[in-house]
Design a protein around this ligand. Structure first.
Ligand SMILES: [Zn+2]
Length: 351
């Protein structure tokens, strides 16, 4: 489900920290994309009467309070674990139809991914593949089979195949147009939701990677349980998603692009760790390597969408002293789990 209008994240390597949002989202394609997004939102809102109330997707608590509404969708905050989540939300049937019919995904597949692939490859996927391989090595993951859930345009799987680290790489991608694109790139694809997979035996997968997937799901709990079943004993799961306690999400609130109609779950490092542990995983490492938070908030100010005149402290960092303070401030966010993109690495503990 890689999709560039979500929080884009990359690497914390010094030489790359200067890239900014505009590099990755070609501006002249945005009008077409906006129309596609609106069509998707309309689809969801047409089904609003069938949305269902849910407990906290992380800790299952019923204690929550209303946060805000954006584009007709209501957000709540769990008062026990601070996970923000959409409730009421589209159920699994609506969601699967939503992704099947999505104009936005079709638009990305046809126009935006091809136009931006080289930039995205260099700035997002090469570092992503490197980080994933580093983490697999660090935690002694098996190298027979890696499954990527939400293979999208297939860039991660392609690059990983080139590295020849795993004997086999399989992508799971239920959106038909994206699955076709992956096949054309020679990637082995299973085009159904992971919960419905019967092609792969339980307890056999060495690594399950899922990038920006879990925030889209009706039931992250079911998803994690399914991953647990597929993974081999000591298998590794690498998950990335927005950090609901990250700087740009918290600061911009409804103005943050991360808060969009597709994202139902806004975990934070503690709440996602707890959900993984509840389902039999040991959390090995949490990272928030996103490098765009400060840039995104700064751009919102410069574009006149967000006002910092009553926040002189942030104005000093993001505007007045940007050249000196921008990078060290972003590094502070990264170092303290406060960037808006999160990686979490967990190991299956055999029960
Ligand atoms: Zn909770």
């Amino acid at each position: 489900m890689e999709n560039g209008k979500k929080t884009i994240f990359g690497m914390d390597k010094e030489n790359n920290i200067n890239f900014n949002e505009a590099d990755i989202r070609p501006k002249d394609l945005l009008d077409g994309q906006n129309a596609a997004v609106q069509s998707d939102i309309d689809f969801l809102l047409q089904h609003r009467n069938a949305f269902v109330e849910v407990n906290c997707p992380a800790c299952n608590s019923t204690n929550s309070e209303f946060v805000f509404e954006k584009k007709g969708i209501s957000y709540k905050n769990c008062t026990d674990c601070s996970t923000m989540f959409v409730s009421p939300r589209p159920d699994e049937n609506i969601l699967s139809e939503f992704y099947r019919q999505s104009k936005n995904y079709e638009y990305w597949n046809t126009y935006i991914f091809p136009a931006s692939e080289e930039t995205r490859k260099k700035k997002i996927f090469v570092p992503r593949v490197e980080r994933a391989i580093d983490l697999c090595n660090k935690y002694n993951a098996g190298k027979n089979l890696l499954l990527e859930v939400g293979a999208g345009f297939g860039t991660f799987c392609s690059l990983l195949n080139e590295k020849k680290v795993f004997n086999k790489v399989i992508g799971v991608e239920p959106t038909p147009s994206l699955a076709d694109t992956c096949r054309k790139k020679g990637i082995e694809i299973i085009d159904k939701p992971i919960e419905e997979i019967d092609e792969i035996k339980k307890n056999t997968v060495d690594v399950i990677a899922n990038f920006e997937v879990i925030e889209h799901l009706f039931s992250p709990d079911n998803f994690i349980r399914t991953c647990y079943e597929l993974l081999a004993p000591d298998g590794i799961m690498i998950t990335t998603c927005p950090n609901g306690k990250g700087f740009d999400v918290i600061t911009l609130g409804t103005l943050s692009n991360t808060i969009d109609h597709e994202h139902l779950n806004y975990f934070n490092p503690d709440s996602l760790s707890a959900l993984l542990e509840k389902n039999g995983f040991q959390v090995l490492e949490v990272l928030t390597p996103g490098i765009l938070d400060a840039d995104i908030v700064r751009n919102s100010v410069l574009e006149g969408k967000f006002d910092l005149s009553k926040q002189p402290f942030l104005k000093t960092i993001l505007i007045d002293k940007w050249n000196e303070m921008g990078k060290p401030f972003q590094q502070f966010l990264i170092d303290n789990h406060l960037s808006s993109n999160m990686w979490i690495v967990a190991k299956k503990i055999a029960r």
